[in-house]
Ligand binder design. Sequence first.
Ligand code: FES
Length: 97
Amino acid sequence: MEVSIKINGVDQSHDVEPRMLLVQYIREAAGLTGTNIGCDTSSCGACTVHLNGESVKSCTVLAAQVSGMEVDTIEGLANDDGTLHPVQQAFHECHAL
Ligand code: FES
């Protein structure tokens, strides 16, 4: 099925299996590997992205469920000047894995 998602401000559209998870879509279809799969129990948070501005674990959402929505990954949070985004700074300060 055709799934269209705006990722980091760029419209993406790919033909994928209906069962594809959002984290797989981001990594395999969109080619953005900053979002990781760190567990198989939805407990680690390594797959966290912003979905329409809200934090979600992308391993718990089907890509098809968010077609037409906006996703920001860690790549989208990077600043050109080398400073950390507040989310990245919080991860650093709290020793997030
Ligand atoms: S991969 Fe661990 S919570 Fe999603």
